[in-house]
Design a protein around this ligand. Structure first.
Ligand SMILES: [Zn+2]
Length: 71
């Protein structure tokens, strides 16, 4: 298994999700657990990674809304 590759069972559809830990992005993270949004089919999950890049928690996002801020 490649380094940084993780998998877990999707809490929504119960399928296995394989995903790669975004190593570069995590270098900028100063606070853990760090939330990462994963799109799986038509639903979104929020995974929390601890400072050892281990999966600390998983949440199901009930809705995904693209927000845009105004100047
Ligand atoms: Zn799923």
């Amino acid at each position: 298994m490649a380094e940084g590759l993780k998998w877990f069972q999707c809490p929504v559809c119960k399928e296995s999700i394989h995903w790669e830990v975004p190593t570069d992005e995590l270098k900028e993270v100063k606070r853990f657990p760090a939330p990462i949004v994963i799109k799986h089919k038509n639903h979104y999950l929020i995974c929390y990674l601890d400072s050892h890049r281990q999966l600390a928690d998983t949440e199901v996002a009930i809705a995904f809304i693209k927000g845009e801020s105004k100047e």
